[in-house]
Design a protein around this ligand. Structure first.
Ligand SMILES: Cc1cc2nc3c(=O)[nH]c(=O)nc-3n(C[C@H](O)[C@H](O)[C@H](O)COP(=O)(O)OP(=O)(O)OC[C@H]3O[C@@H](n4cnc5c(N)ncnc54)[C@H](O)[C@@H]3O)c2cc1C
Length: 285
C-alpha cells in the first residue's frame, strides 16, 4: 500500500525540529525509526503532510547518569539499548526488554523514544518504564519538561504530549543494588508483540524478607500498569512458591484486560497471573 504524498525534511538539531513542527501547523510528524509511523501511513490511518526526520540529531543518542536516574536519549535504537554497557549495568531490565522487541531489523531501526511516543498498547517497553518510574523528557519552544510515564501514556496511541514537542529522552530510576529484575513476555505468534508482558524488579533484605518489589504489565489492555496489589501482597514476606503463587493471583486486578480475536479477557487475565508468577519466581527464588 502507498501512503498519500508528503514532504520530507531533515532536522539538524532539536530547535530546528521544533521549528519545523511549528511551521507545519499541525500537519507534520516526527520520523524516528519509522517502524510504527510508516505502517500507519501505508494503511492511511495517518496522513501527515510533512515528515521531520530527526535521525541525524546526535544529541538525542546520549546515555547519561543523573543521580539515581539513567537518562536514555530518544534516538537510541532497541539494539543499542540492549547492548549499551551503562544501561546493562544500571537498568538491566530495560536492556532485557529491548532485546525481546520484534526481530533484528525492528531492533536496528526502532527507537526507545519512538516506542514510548507511539504508545502502542502492545509495546514492550512501557512495562519496564512503569516499573522504573520513568519520566518522559519533552522539549518544545517553551523549554524542557518531564512527565511521569503514567501521566504521559493515557490510552492506546494516545499521549499527553504537548503540541509541537519532541521527546528527547526517557529517564529511568535506577533500582537498589540488591534487587534483580526480569521481563517475560508471551509472544503473539504472528506479530511478536507481547500478548502479555511482565516486568519485575524485586529484592530481599539481610533477613531474607522482600523489601522491594515492583511489577509492571503491558499488552493486557489499553495501557500498561503497575500491579500494585501483587506488590502489596509480597512486601514484608519471605519469598516461597506459595507466597508468590498467592500474590500473583491479583496480577490482573490493577488494569483493564483487553480482548481480540487472538486472546479473550479471561485468557489475558490468566496470562497476567502465570507470567507474573514466573517472573517473580525467577527473580526471588
Ligand atoms: C513488524 C514489526 C514488529 C514489531 N514488534 C514490536 C514488538 O514486539 N514490541 C514492541 O514494543 N514494538 C514492536 N514494533 C514497534 C517498533 O518497536 C517501533 O520501532 C516503535 O514502536 C516506534 O519507534 P520508531 O523509532 O520506529 O518510531 P516512528 O515509527 O518513527 O514513530 C512512531 C510515532 O512516534 C512519534 N515519534 C517518534 N520519535 C519521536 C520523538 N523523539 N519525539 C516525538 N515523537 C516521536 C512519531 O511522530 C510517530 O507518531 C514492531 C514494529 C514492526 C513494524
Amino acid at each position: 500500500m502507498i501512503p498519500v504524498t508528503f514532504d520530507y525534511v531533515r532536522a539538524k538539531n532539536v530547535d530546528q525540529a521544533i521549528q519545523q513542527l511549528k511551521d507545519s501547523k499541525g500537519e507534520g510528524k516526527i520520523l524516528a525509526g519509522g517502524h510504527s509511523l510508516l505502517p500507519l501511513m501505508k494503511m492511511r490511518l495517518t496522513e501527515p503532510q510533512m515528515l521531520i526526520d530527526i535521525t541525524g540529531i546526535d544529541a538525542l543518542k546520549e546515555v547519561k547518569k543523573d543521580g539515581d536516574r539513567l537518562i536514555v536519549g530518544a534516538l537510541n535504537t532497541h539494539r543499542e539499548v540492549s547492548i549499551h554497557p551503562e544501561i546493562k549495568e544500571h537498568i538491566p531490565l530495560v536492556a532485557e526488554t529491548a532485546r525481546q522487541i520484534g526481530d533484528i531489523q525492528i531492533r536496528n531501526k526502532g527507537t526507545i523514544g519512538g516506542n514510548i511516543a507511539h504508545a502502542d498498547s502492545a509495546a514492550d517497553l512501557p512495562a519496564a518504564a512503569f516499573v522504573l518510574n520513568a519520566e518522559v523528557l519533552i522539549t518544545n519552544e517553551f523549554g524542557e519538561q518531564s512527565m511521569d510515564i503514567d501521566s504521559f501514556i493515557i490510552g492506546p496511541l494516545i499521549t499527553m504530549m504537548p503540541e509541537d514537542s519532541i521527546v528527547t529522552g526517557i529517564s529511568f530510576e535506577i533500582p537498589p543494588a540488591h534487587t534483580e529484575s526480569t521481563y517475560l513476555k508471551y509472544f503473539h505468534p504472528a506479530s511478536g508483540y507481547p500478548v502479555v508482558g511482565v516486568a519485575v524488579v524485586a529484592g530481599t533484605d539481610s533477613n531474607g524478607v522482600i523489601d522491594y518489589v515492583r511489577v509492571g504489565i503491558t499488552g493486557a489492555g489499553d495501557v500498561a500498569f503497575r500491579a500494585t496489589s501483587v506488590e502489596e501482597a509480597l512486601i514484608g514476606k519471605t519469598p516461597s512458591e506459595a507466597v508468590i503463587k498467592a500474590a500473583s493471583k491479583s496480577a490482573a486486578e490493577d488494569g483493564e484486560m483487553g480482548s481480540d480475536l487472538f486472546a479473550s479477557e479471561e485468557y489475558r487475565e490468566n496470562l497476567c497471573k502465570v507470567y507474573t508468577e514466573r517472573a517473580l519466581t525467577s527473580v526471588l527464588l
